[in-house]
Design a protein around this ligand. Structure first.
Ligand code: SF4
Length: 752
């Protein structure tokens, strides 16, 4: 007799059972099974233990045997069950009929019509008349990652966009210019460092971003317990700052001045030491001189960080046994985002904390995309209306609306979105929303009718996460430990369902205009399918072997249900560096030139009046970008979509917590409840992003009961980092007024 249990726990079907089959992790008599799977909802990639009974998920818990996440889980994981069971989720293609209603249609008809819509617009107006936008969930779906690029290459539109340009473009540019490949991204060796400087990031809530680190809070606590130091620089005293020993408020959008000044101090004090990278760096000579004028005293009034604190921080960073500087959304989405990411790398390099234990290190993933993804190029073409540069084949999405709205040759007339909701996630969402209404044709690959896809003529819904297998192609590139994990589907895909990669392949087949060679490649790729491509990638990777039965392969990974630990990060720069001269370029010309732009702002020219505030975003544990608000269990508790404001600012305006205020910017206005809190820096207000579900035609019943307001109705599409084209969300000038009285007048009287 055998207990009915999986590997590590007792099942709900009773204490003794004959039906348990260990090999497949299932109890046949009671239709119970246990599945180990990686959560693909966010970058943390936690290992999950999922119990299924009678075809439904009964529990989702952290997998304690996962070598990476060690049982960590966040409340969002339960949404995997909710997505599976969500009655708003589309299961078949839908087409908008003449009366505006949606009608369900079959796959063949839908795919034929989708292809026809795209082809006819390109035929009539030219290939750039079709724009493509790919949202963040693509990074969490290896089938889409592998099969979308061939389709995009075949469409050959210069108007290709993604969430990258409202998120992490500066990271990729720094990787390309300094290390020779856009995906060669250093991550903090969080588990071994002794000093961590965190700028514009809240990894306790995000569990790491551009740094896959599940259970980040525990990792941070462990850092403190081993005597390490954490310093957070942020305009808000975030959940991460609460754990840190020190928190410095900084004026939004000024981190580049702080970083330049830290570098100034290091050079001025003779604390620069490249260590073993001495012979591996180029452009070192003269580097210190370019930061000569960035003294703490000069940048202090701009950043609002006092000169003494800047100097102390630089000295401490240099003196630490090991140290790492990490910066994220708050620094990458600002007007000097490109410079920030360059200087963060410089800070780590010139203090000898690069490619060393406890510093910034390169992961060595089991599938190494460096050999199969292009190194990245900047500025091969630029956007038609505003002349912003392309990076890696994509234009900044801040330009999409104007490319639709501005008449002339090359005007965008049709759009294909793949798992994206740019109306909620890109600047001046209201303008984009209006622009989408002007399109001749729009096709969406998505399983929701959301704020963006409501404009589509056709929606093609892919399978949800639990019905497909999973391998993390992207987040192992950013993982703070080398691991490899493969997840089988929990449920068989529903009859008539197509995976995203199958939809992409089918569209590609219908739209392929390449020659015989291209068609052969397409057929080969779609026949092979993403699963076998992953096997090939593993065999060709650093832990695999092309010889049968040797090294890491998909079959080996499938046997290791909790995943395989490939060990801590190792110094590896000699074998990873991709620059042509095999050296790190410390001072790429675009950055040195862009420093002049920073220098011009050394004298603050924008005086922030009592009336004006600056706006920053924020992230909550139970939200994930724009799409996690339709699940009841995540939406309980108090209203999260509030405007945070410091008590001094509120007092000056006669405002109190709970009252409705109007927030306005150059591009729009929203009405939202105020939350007065001293976690904000005076002069700065914060709204979370991903809200604003009250638009007509959205089919998200739960989200619409908690609509919130869209921060991107305030963010400005004209605010970008000109070097990278990345949106500058951080530090948008806004005005806050009481709805019942004109706060501007009140402010004038009190400040009189
Ligand atoms: S932190 Fe991210 S990956 Fe981990 S359980 Fe939550 S949503 Fe999933």
């Amino acid at each position: 007799m055998k207990r009915c249990h999986g590997s590590g726990g007792v099942h709900g079907c009773g204490s003794r059972c004959w039906g348990w089959i260990s090999g497949i992790g299932a109890c046949l008599l009671n239709r119970i099974s246990t599945h180990f799977r990686i959560c693909n909802l966010c970058e943390a990639a936690c290992g999950l233990r999922i119990e299924v009974e009678d075809g439904g998920v009964t529990s989702i818990r952290g997998d304690r045997d996962d070598p990476f996440s060690r049982g960590h889980i966040c409340p969002k994981a339960i949404a995997l069950k909710d997505i599976q069971e969500d009655s708003d989720r589309l299961k078949m293609p839908v087409r908008r009929a003449g009366n505006g209603e949606w009608e369900e249609i079959g796959w063949q008809e839908a795919l034929d019509e989708a292809a026809e819509r795209m082809a006819s617009v390109q035929k009539k107006y030219g290939r750039d008349a079709l724009a493509i936008y790919r949202g963040n969930p693509n990074s969490h779906n290896y089938g889409s990652l592998l099969l979308a690029p061939p389709l995009l290459r075949s469409l050959r539109s210069k108007n290709t966009y993604s969430a990258t340009s409202v998120d992490q473009l500066p990271h990729h540019l720094a990787a390309m210019l300094m290390f020779g490949h856009q995906l060669l991204l250093p991550v903090p060796d969080i588990d071994r460092t002794r000093f961590m400087l965190i700028l514009g990031a809240n990894p306790v809530v995000s569990n790491g971003s551009m740094m896959t680190a599940p259970g980040f809070k525990d990792r941070l606590q462990a850092l403190k317990q081993r005597g390490g130091t954490i310093v957070v620089v942020d305009p808000r005293r975030t959940e991460t700052a609460e754990i840190a020993q020190r928190h410095l408020f900084i004026r939004p959008g000024t981190d580049a001045f702080l970083l330049a000044s830290l570098l100034h101090v290091l050079f001025a004090e003779g604390l620069v030491d490249l260590g073993r990278l001495q012979g591996l760096c180029s452009s070192f000579s003269g580097l210190g001189e370019i930061f000569e004028d960035m003294t703490p005293e000069r940048v202090a009034p701009i950043t609002a960080v006092d000169a003494g604190s800047i100097r102390e921080l630089a000295l401490e960073f240099a003196a630490a046994e090991s140290a790492v500087c990490y910066g994220r959304m708050g620094v990458s989405t600002q007007g000097f985002g490109g410079l920030c990411l360059w200087m963060i790398n410089l800070l780590n390099i010139v203090t000898g904390n690069f490619d060393r234990v406890g510093g910034a290190m390169f992961p060595e993933p089991a599938i190494d995309l460096l050999s199969s993804v292009g190194r990245g190029r900047l500025g091969r073409w630029s956007s038609r209306v505003r002349d912003l540069p392309e990076f890696g084949g994509e234009l900044p999405v801040s330009t999409l609306a104007e490319e639709i709205l501005s008449e002339g040759d090359g005007q965008v007339r049709a759009l294909l979105t793949i798992a994206g909701n740019p109306v909620l996630s890109t600047p001046n969402g209201r303008q984009l929303d209006a622009a989408l209404g002007q399109l001749e044709s729009m096709v969406a690959i998505d399983f929701y009718i959301n704020e963006t896809t409501r404009h589509a003529n056709l929606i093609l819904p892919p399978t949800p996460a639990l019905e497909r297998d999973h391998y993390d192609l992207v987040f192992n590139i950013l993982a703070v430990r080398n691991v490899a994990r493969y997840s089988k589907p929990v449920f068989k895909a529903a009859k008539d369902a197509l995976h995203e990669w199958q939809i992409l392949s089918e569209l590609h087949r219908r739209l392929d205009r390449g020659g015989f060679g291209a068609q052969l490649r397409r057929t080969f790729l779609s026949r092979l399918g993403p699963r076998r491509l992953v096997d090939l990638g593993l065999r060709r990777g650093p832990y695999g072997s092309l010889l049968p039965g040797r090294g890491l392969s998909l079959a080996r990974l499938e046997e290791a249900v909790h995943g395989m630990d490939l060990g801590p990060l190792q110094p590896c720069i000699e074998r990873r560096l991709q620059t042509t001269n095999r050296k790190i370029d410390l001072a790429p010309t675009p950055y040195v030139q862009d420093l002049e732009r920073l220098r011009q702002e050394l004298e603050p020219n924008e005086v922030v009046s009592d009336r004006g505030m600056t706006l920053i975003g924020r992230r909550h544990l139970r939200s994930n970008n724009s799409w996690m608000h339709n699940y009841g269990r995540l939406m309980g508790g108090k209203d999260r979509c509030t405007l945070l404001m410091h008590s001094e600012d509120a007092g000056r305006r006669g405002l109190e917590s709970g009252q409705l205020v109007e927030v306005s910017s150059r591009v729009g206005r929203v009405t939202v409840a105020l939350e007065v809190t001293d976690e904000m820096m005076p002069g700065v207000v914060s709204l979370p992003h991903g809200w604003g579900h009250n638009l007509e035609g959205v089919h998200l019943a739960t989200a619409q009961q908690h609509p919130g307001v869209n921060i991107n109705d305030l963010t400005d599409e004209l605010r970008v980092d000109p070097l990278t084209g990345n949106a500058a969300f951080s530090g948008v000038p806004v005005w806050v007024s009481d709805l019942s009285t004109n706060c501007f007048e009140k402010t004038r009287q009190t400040s009189g």
